[in-house]
Design a binder for this molecule. Structure first.
Ligand SMILES: O=P(O)(O)OC[C@H]1O[C@H](O[C@H]2O[C@H](CO)[C@@H](O)[C@H](O)[C@H]2O)[C@H](O)[C@@H](O)[C@@H]1O
Length: 308
């Protein structure tokens, strides 16, 4: 049984001449979307095959935030995920270990997602919060323990912690430079002091390493019966796609509505298509509190097909 998304275009070729800009590099005309789809099949169309290959395996779910769970919008502070998506992720996490891996800081991404049954990896995996007692957590150099609002002990894994004072210094210097430049242009202003450049420490840590750390934390370090499913839309998600491909197991899925160079093996066009996999097609419980279990009795496609 294949699933078709209502948002799948009837004329995939309509974007065939789209010009994509990658990281400010010169524009390049890439393959048509349909040709790209042949290389990175839609996860909707290949869902049955994925399910068949996953028999007897434990699914572990990794989800990027911006562009995956929430649509890309102009103002980063308004990149809200819908309650329907929140409910769907809540339900996915009810069946499978689930992590949200984001470039945003931990605090920000967890405030956007507002779910307690997922773990969060913020700052491109450089700030990971997991419940104390998880399997990996034996790195005193980078781990600190705190107690959350509910009184539960949590472990914060921050491999780049030592760079924080330097980052703050750089930010101050940059802000001063940007302020002095913008001052000369009375028709321009800096809104809210928001950082528009991301400065990352030069350490060997990224979303791929975060995925490995989280798999260990979930207890899959020596297991041979798990399948990671990582869904993301950004350049930084490529590190996680690479790790999954290197493992030789699991599903790296890119969310993109235009052809892009990617290590992902599968694709989804947009967050709506993701929802058609993890959301409940028949579920009408839009008024259900996203923090509680949906009780309508219908089980979404992913959970229904993969859950043990
Ligand atoms: O790893 P992610 O969860 O995908 O976060 C990556 C960056 O997302 C945000 O920026 C992007 O989304 C914004 C809101 O839709 C959009 O305005 C911006 O153009 C995108 O680049 C966030 O602001 C960054 O801090 C994250 O690193």
């Amino acid at each position: 049984m294949g699933i078709r998304s209502p948002s799948q275009p009837s004329d995939a070729d309509s974007i065939s001449k789209e010009i994509c800009h990658e990281n400010g590099e010169p524009a390049a005309i890439l393959d048509s979307y349909s040709a790209w789809l042949a290389k990175h099949p839609s996860a909707l169309d290949t869902f049955d095959r994925m399910v068949a290959a996953a028999k007897g395996k434990k699914i572990v779910v990794f989800l990027d935030y911006d562009g995956t769970l929430s649509p890309i919008v102009e103002d980063p502070d308004k990149a809200f995920m819908s309650d329907t998506m929140r409910m769907a992720v809540h339900e996915v996490a009810h069946f499978f270990p689930t992590a949200i891996v984001s470039g945003r800081c931990l605090d920000k991404v967890s405030r956007f997602v507002q779910l307690k049954n997922v773990v969060y990896a913020g700052s491109h995996g450089m700030d990971i919060s997991t419940p104390a007692g998880s399997l990996k957590q034996n790195n005193p150099k980078h781990e600190t323990r705190t107690v959350d609002e509910q009184g539960n002990e949590v472990v914060h894994f921050q491999p780049a912690q030592e760079f924080l004072p330097q980052i703050q210094e750089d930010i101050n210097t940059l802000q001063e430079m940007v302020n002095s430049i913008v001052e000369a242009y009375p028709n321009f202003r800096i809104s809210g002091g928001k950082k528009v450049m991301e400065i990352r420490p030069c350490i060997d840590w990224d979303k791929g390493r975060a995925l490995e750390y989280l798999l260990d934390t979930f207890g899959f370090n020596n297991a041979s019966d798990f399948l990671p499913l990582y869904i993301g839309d950004d350049k930084t998600d490529e590190d996680a796609f690479k790790v999954i491909r290197h493992m030789g197991r699991g599903y790296p899925i890119i969310v993109s509505s235009v052809p892009r160079e990617t290590k992902a093996l599968y694709s989804l066009r947009d967050p709506d298509e993701l929802l058609s996999i993890i959301g409940s097609n028949k579920c009408n419980c839009t008024t259900v509190d996203p923090m509680t279990d949906c009780n309508c009795g219908t089980i979404p496609q992913l959970q229904h097909s993969f859950a043990p």
